[in-house]
Design a protein. Structure first.
Length: 357
């Protein structure tokens, strides 16, 4: 069994911890938290060993009546690998701790690319993380993950000449009360390209991609307007068939009446998804259209959850435990990845299986 420590237990960390606990080849060594808030209580309720991320704050947990298993350093020592889900910039500072104990680690997309030996999206470059000289991997951001998942099959099937993407980005996560804008629409950044295009190039160095970012007063999901010039001229039906074969892409059928991200989230909740999470890119099937070699579509990305399967696959890749196909299939099976609508024939599982199923 792989002993996995999760350093940081916020939006991403708590989801990674749950995903680790669901894997047949992994055990959760513990989670590290900076303060005894409601998320720390959640970890205790779930029976996760809780460690103080900042040793000087350990007394705060005791004063709140929460017992600790130790400090983050203790968790690192007992872990085979650490998933660092701390806020942007903190992961880079933590790397020295992981190096001290020769503990491989994954970092998140908020860190600079050079925090790891390679960037990672399972569908796109799994083998890069499995290389012998790789000990630290950066799982790229939610938006870069979503774009890379989409571009991977398009590159393989048709070739990609140029990609142009406008990202309509949520202002903050539901719990980020200090984020905005409240009543505004902001170019973010006002310069071109946004950081997403160069970030995709850490996965696909040869892809010509331009990205623009806009921030809006919403919390639910991101929305991408995508135009890809392909090297071939497939029909829209061909592209739909190609994308529907990808377990981490969900083609939203017109019949479902899902006309925006709000209904997407409600659909996820109605199907029993934990926290209403959508691990898949949600591509509006009706939007998939072609004009010659130009492909157009809209897709939505759930910023709180789409990188969770990637973190699980990155663990196996780092430790060279499974090949790409086996790891992705195991991750998808245990989490319940592979959302489909009843309107499109045989239904795949839309809720996670219980551990003893």
């Amino acid at each position: 069994m792989i002993e996995v420590g999760v350093n940081g237990y916020g939006t991403i960390g708590k989801r990674v911890a749950d995903a680790v606990a669901a894997q047949p080849d992994m055990e959760l060594a513990g989670v590290a938290k900076t303060r005894p808030n409601y998320e720390a209580e959640t970890a205790v309720r779930k029976g996760y060993p809780l460690y103080a991320a900042v040793p000087d704050r350990a007394d705060r947990f005791h004063e709140a009546g929460i017992d600790l298993a130790g400090e983050a350093e203790d968790m690192v020592m007992k872990s085979d690998v650490v998933v660092d889900t701390t806020p942007s910039g903190i992961g880079e500072q933590n790397r020295e701790l992981y190096e001290r104990y020769d503990t491989p680690a994954t970092f998140q997309g908020g860190e600079d690319a050079d925090v790891g030996d390679t960037s990672f999206v399972a569908r796109a470059n799994y083998d890069a993380a499995a290389a012998e000289d790789v000990d630290y991997v950066r799982v790229v951001s939610c938006n870069t993950t979503g774009l890379s998942r989409l571009l991977a099959p398009l590159r393989e099937a048709y070739g990609v000449e140029k990609a142009r993407v406008t990202l309509v980005r949520r202002g903050g996560d539901p719990g980020q009360t200090s984020r905005g804008p409240i009543n505004d629409i902001l170019p973010d950044p006002v310069s071109v390209p946004s950081h997403h295009g160069p970030d995709v190039n850490t996965i696909f160095p040869d892809v010509d991609i331009d990205t623009l970012g806009v921030k809006v007063p919403a919390t639910l999901m991101h929305l991408h307007s995508v135009n890809v010039t392909l090297e071939a001229e497939p029909s829209a039906a061909d592209v739909r068939d190609l994308l529907s074969d990808e377990s981490r892409l969900f083609l939203v059928p017109e019949e479902a009446g899902i006309d925006g991200t709000g209904k997407l989230k409600e659909f996820a909740q109605d199907t029993g998804r934990p926290r209403g999470d959508l691990w898949e890119n949600c591509v509006w099937e009706e939007s998939v259209s072609t004009e010659g070699s130009d492909l157009y579509l809209f897709q939505s990305i759930h910023q709180e959850s789409d990188v969770i399967p990637e973190n699980i696959d990155a663990i196996r890749a780092l430790l060279d435990r499974e090949d790409k196909q086996t790891s992705m299939a195991t991750t998808d099976e245990t989490l319940g990845v592979g959302l489909e609508s009843l309107f499109r024939g045989a239904r795949r599982r839309v809720v996670p299986r219980e551990a003893d199923d």
